[in-house]
Design a protein around this ligand. Structure first.
Ligand SMILES: NC(=O)c1ccc[n+]([C@@H]2O[C@H](COP(=O)([O-])OP(=O)(O)OC[C@H]3O[C@@H](n4cnc5c(N)ncnc54)[C@H](O)[C@@H]3O)[C@@H](O)[C@H]2O)c1
Length: 256
């Protein structure tokens, strides 16, 4: 049961973030969905279903300090209390080769992927950790920070320099963050998903999705966002999980 969980789920309007938010809500917790204003209409059904005392939406760009502070305030002012779990799912994947047909990799594009994926994750965690540290501890623990990397952190494919770097940095900061925050009773974990059937892949032709699913050894299918939500729940509820990245990929290893 996650009835004492007050979650801040970034990218919570879509895909893996939405599934994590649903998991926390269905297990009795409350959630602030922090996503870009353009996605607000996707949060409305969840707010309606679970009620605004347990589910609220706050327009958030994770790279902006004032937006993240506003999302944390939304939980406190909306009566949920201080956020004690972050689930960082806001992310972008803009492919480009370092040297491609259209020339050299655009530096702005590289910076932007790092900004949203890596700096955005760090921004949310640092501000949330500051609030969490004011909470009274339960068995020495105050909260948990959950990040989303990707197996591209290990098996970067052609065109994934920026994305792989952004996710590799999230994997690398996991242990450092866990060590920094150990005296505060705050854990930090990262999930590295493989191929998941989210809006990112849903648009592909059925045949392509089928072929991609066949490449996953076991289970022989694409990941279901619910598989991700289940791991988020396991991380929140298991206090010994800390400072580690878990691959969630059915033993899939990406080819070049
Ligand atoms: N789907 C997969 O197969 C897969 C695999 C590995 C890793 N991931 C990672 O999982 C995370 C979620 O992916 P998804 O497949 O659910 O994607 P998605 O596109 O369905 O959802 C991403 C969400 O992030 C939001 N977002 C983007 N930039 C933002 C910003 N600056 N501030 C706030 N919100 C922002 C988007 O609006 C969107 O709602 C991403 O970090 C992605 O890299 C996904």
């Amino acid at each position: 049961m996650l009835s004492s969980t007050v979650g801040l789920v970034t990218g919570g309007c879509s895909g893996l973030g939405r599934s994590a938010a649903l998991r926390i809500l269905r297990s009795g917790g409350s959630v602030v969905i922090a996503d870009l204003p353009s996605q607000s209409h996707l949060a409305e059904p969840l707010v309606e279903e679970f009620g605004s005392s347990r589910c609220r939406y706050y327009p958030t760009d994770v790279t902006k300090e004032e937006d993240v502070m506003g999302a944390l305030d939304e939980a406190e002012n909306g009566g949920m209390g201080v956020v004690n779990a972050t689930v960082n799912c806001a992310g972008i994947a803009t492919p480009s080769k370092i040297l491609g047909k259209r020339g050299v990799h655009d530096l702005e594009l590289f910076s932007n992927v790092i900004k949203v994926n890596t700096i955005g994750t760090f921004n949310v965690n640092r501000l949330a950790a500051s609030r969490m540290s004011s909470l009274p501890p339960t068995s020495g623990l105050r909260g948990v920070l959950i990040n989303t990397a990707s197996i591209a952190a290990y098996d970067g494919q052609v065109g994934q320099c920026a994305y792989a770097a952004s996710k590799g940095a999230i994997v690398s900061m996991t242990l450092a963050m866990a060590r920094d925050l150990a005296p505060n009773g705050i854990r930090c974990m990262t999930i590295a998903p493989g191929l998941f059937l989210t809006p990112l892949l849903e648009g592909l032709p059925e045949k392509v999705k089928e072929e991609l699913g066949k490449q996953v050894p076991c289970p022989n299918r694409l990941g279901d966002p619910e598989d991700f939500g289940k791991l988020v729940e396991a991380i929140i509820t298991n206090p010994m999980l800390n400072g580690e990245t878990i691959r969630l990929d059915g033993a899939y290893r990406m080819p070049p």
